[in-house]
Design a protein around this ligand. Structure first.
Ligand SMILES: NC(=O)c1ccc[n+]([C@@H]2O[C@H](COP(=O)([O-])OP(=O)(O)OC[C@H]3O[C@@H](n4cnc5c(N)ncnc54)[C@H](O)[C@@H]3O)[C@@H](O)[C@H]2O)c1
Ligand SMILES: [Zn+2]
Ligand SMILES: [Zn+2]
Length: 391
């Protein structure tokens, strides 16, 4: 089959690889009908997250048709069924899964020893996302093996298109979880740094959850317009001071809730000198992640507010002002998304027409164009916000 394969930094190719097959009774094989490139894939493209190996298949946002099931799937899935695959592989049986803490499932990471060394504890297995999370082949491919498939799936109702439901596997529940973790009140201002696909989903989620005022921060006009179309006030951080504008919008109090939908690759510019210092430290291997957004959020957040972090961090961030965070009494919430905790509710909201997540798609191309599209998405060329690939 054809698949997008990681060969090294900024080197992803569409290769012919061996077809996946059932390896465990709980596996299913899915013929991928649609998959997407995620902002998290860019961190791998840039080799910022350790433990990718040449030959690894990329992709963790995919859906398709079940073509084969193992004997242990026990009627939970059938051949011919159409499913979305959550990016977090879950067993559905361990203590964490029972609590709905799916992204820290204790069973599915087949390379637990690696995660245990680096993180202190294992976290769930993820598709196409380094050997720290199991080194499972991803879904930017014609076929994907879904381990623990009896639990690791989201069923799709008839009548909804791939485009409407594909993002249930990642960015929609990710934006939703980021907003839910803010405990939004009707009096709240929710400020969202980054208007990429995750930021866009967080904006719409914060609006659906009843925030008084939602603010989207970015520098790309097409992403800011999309944020406005979703009900947000836009701040272009290249044109105005984020801190001043947020204070202005909140009568000097600061936003009660702040969401970091950017993560470790905050934009580097001379107008934000700390980002240049972070970049220099990154190059000298003195720091792995750029912390500008965390610093800005902690500074501007209203005391007793919440900092919610769906943006991915990989390692160490310098100069996080813990003194400010502590004295202001801020609450931090973060993590890889517990996808299946949210998807029944979100699928219902799509069916009821409360939201159609396909609004975010700007590019739909064949799998063979995938390597080029990584660059287009990374460089935000051609107004690119979200790429869907059709294997
Ligand atoms: N927690 C999870 O489970 C989960 C799931 C999916 C994605 N993610 C993460 O969410 C983050 C966003 O993903 P995405 O797909 O939207 O990526 P993206 O790269 O398309 O979007 C990031 C956006 O942030 C903007 N930006 C950069 N620096 C900024 C700054 N200083 N201030 C304001 N805006 C700035 C960029 O212009 C861009 O539009 C990534 O870190 C990704 O890894 C996490
Ligand atoms: Zn993702
Ligand atoms: Zn589990």
């Amino acid at each position: 089959m054809r698949a997008l394969v990681w060969h090294g930094k900024e080197d992803i190719r569409c290769d012919t690889v061996t077809d996946p097959k059932i390896e465990d009774p709980r596996d299913a094989i899915v013929k991928v009908t649609s998959c997407a490139i995620c902002g998290s894939d860019l961190h791998l493209f840039h080799n910022f997250i350790p433990a990718m190996l040449p030959g690894d298949i990329m992709g963790h946002e995919m859906m398709g048709e079940v073509v084969e099931v193992g004997s242990g799937v026990n009627g939970h899935l059938r051949e011919g069924e159409r499913i979305v695959v959550p990016f977090t592989i879950i067993c559905g049986e361990c203590e964490q899964c029972k609590r709905g803490n799916f992204s820290v499932c204790e069973t599915t990471n087949r390379k637990k020893y690696l995660a245990d060394k680096v993180f202190g504890h294992p976290v769930a297995g993820l598709f196409g996302y380094t050997h720290l999370t199991g080194g499972y082949p991803g879904g930017q491919a014609e076929y994907v093996r879904v381990p623990f498939a009896d639990a690791t799936h989201i069923t799709v109702p008839d009548g909804l298109t791939d485009e409407q439901v594909l993002f249930l596997g990642d960015i929609f529940p990710t934006g939703w979880q980021a907003a839910v973790q803010c405990d939004i009140q009707t009096t709240d201002t929710v400020a969202i740094w980054g208007c990429g696909p995750v930021g866009q989903m967080a904006i719409r989620s914060a609006v659906l959850l009843g925030a008084r005022q939602v603010v989207g921060i970015d520098r790309l006009p097409e992403r800011l317009s999309m944020a406005e179309a979703g009900g947000a006030i836009a701040i272009n951080f290249e044109e105005e001071s984020v801190v001043e504008r947020l204070n202005e919008l909140t009568g000097g109090k600061g936003p009660e809730k702040c969401i970091d939908a950017i993560g470790l690759e905050s934009h580097v510019s001379l107008s934000q000198p700390d980002t240049v210092l972070d970049r220099a430290k990154q190059i000298m291997m003195l720091e792995s992640d750029r912390g500008h957004v965390l610093r800005e959020m902690i500074y501007v957040c209203r005391p007793a507010g919440v900092i919610s972090i769906p943006g991915v961090y990989g390692g160490l961030v310098d100069k996080v002002p813990m003194g400010l965070a502590m004295n202001k009494g801020l609450t931090f919430r973060m993590g890889q998304t517990h996808v299946n905790r949210w998807t029944d509710d979100l699928r219902r909201r799509i069916e009821e027409g409360q939201i159609d997540p396909s609004f975010v798609i700007t590019h739909t191309v064949g799998l063979g164009e995938g390597p080029e599209m990584y660059k287009v998405f990374r460089d935000k060329q051609d107004g690119c916000v979200k790429v869907v690939l059709k294997p």
